[in-house]
Design a protein around this ligand. Structure first.
Ligand code: AMP
Ligand code: TRP
Length: 342
């Protein structure tokens, strides 16, 4: 079997470790929607097992899991076209994750920049799960023999590690290309949306101040206020793209505008080059409200009926297991583990 014979299949996931941000939307969800209904089978997962690598309040975790699912659906993921489920409902993820813990090397994990960032000076005190996190992520992807993984820029190293795990497994067990070489898909103007108060940091769910991020559930006034207060320099927008290279905050706002309006940075500069922030920021806020308001309204509507979200996730988990179970069964067999057929 060569990689080309693997069914084109997309897998990606988002952690329910807080509310969804504009970074999640532009860097991931919007692109998941674009890939749906093309030539791929699309599988999207709320990765709750990844979320608990750092402390999560149990009641909030359930709510956040449903909210991420609602965010997917409200943004255009159609549970009849894509498989949508939460990771904990498909125990095969944890099973394959353990096998990969025995394939991946400690040295590989030590090189992971996200772990170093998250652990900081506290590396001795963080959970073992946080350290092994990329091995479980490899399991998420390879459990479906996924070939394409749309993610934001920060996940590139993890997808590369997934390829290393697949290669080592295939070599160690002499099983050709049982696990495919998946491709990270990191495209578009907003693969790394930055913090609105500090253009050197990523916009994230867990940043200290709410003013540094746009939440997908923010109302119109809040969105306008956050963009108005977003850090910028005093210069107007440049006349050409080169003029953005040393201006991280300006570049970030241009990237966001381009991604929200499905255009390029060049087109945004062609329209706004030479204009001041007093003109650009309100235009950006209006655009963001235009795009996000219908999504947040739909998210709220879906969240009013949690039982319906649970039903969708469960139906997705059943479909996910139909693909995952035979692949896991084969993996156990390759490794020499006895596991009754389910
Ligand atoms: P997480 O919220 O860490 O589970 O991230 C889920 C997905 O959103 C991943 O594909 C991330 O790369 C993407 N993502 C998260 N934050 C950002 C950001 N600030 N800019 C672009 N993509 C992001
Ligand atoms: N690690 C990803 C993040 O923090 C989330 C994730 C878990 C993921 N498993 C995945 C993304 C599999 C893509 C594919 O954003």
């Amino acid at each position: 079997m060569t990689a080309a014979t693997h069914t084109p299949r997309v897998f990606s996931g988002i952690k329910p470790s807080g509310g969804l941000t504009l970074g999640n939307y532009l860097g991931a969800i919007k692109r998941f929607v674009d890939m749906q209904g093309q030539d791929y089978e699309t599988i999207y997962c709320v990765v709750d097992l990844h979320a608990i690598t750092v402390w999560q309040d149990p009641a909030e975790l359930k709510n956040a899991t449903r909210e991420v699912a609602a965010g997917f659906i409200a943004s255009g993921i159609d549970p009849t076209k894509s498989i949508l489920f939460n990771q904990a409902s498909v125990p095969q993820h944890a099973e394959l994750g353990w096998i990969f813990n025995c394939v991946a090397r400690v040295g590989w994990m030590n090189r992971m920049t996200q772990f170093k960032d998250k652990a900081g000076k506290n590396a001795e005190k963080v959970s073992l799960g946080l350290y092994a996190y990329p091995s479980l992520m490899a399991a998420d992807i390879l459990l479906y023999h996924a070939t394409h993984v749309p993610v934001g820029e920060d996940q590139k190293q993890h997808v590369e590690l997934t390829r290393d795990i697949a290669t080592k497994f295939n070599n160690d067990f002499k099983c050709d290309d049982f696990f495919p070489m998946c491709e990270p898909i990191i495209e578009g103007p907003a693969t790394r949306v930055m913090n609105l108060r500090d253009g050197s940091k990523k916009m994230s769910k867990s940043g200290e101040s709410d003013m540094e991020r746009i939440n997908m559930t923010d109302d119109a006034d809040t969105i306008a206020k956050k963009f108005k207060k977003a850090k910028t320099d005093p210069e107007p927008l440049p006349e050409s793209l080169d003029g953005l290279s040393e201006r991280p905050e300006a570049r970030n706002l241009v990237n966001i505008y381009a991604a929200l309006s499905d255009t390029t940075n060049e087109a945004v500069i062609a329209e706004f080059g030479g204009e001041g922030w007093g003109k650009f920021k309100p235009a950006l806020a209006d655009l963001a409200v235009d795009k996000l308001a219908p999504i947040s309204t739909e998210m709220k509507r879906l969240m009013d009926d949690p039982a319906e979200i649970d039903r969708i996730l469960l139906a997705g988990a059943d479909r996910a297991q139909e693909i995952a179970e035979p692949i896991l069964q084969q993996t156990y067999d390759i490794v020499g583990l006895l596991r009754p057929k389910r």
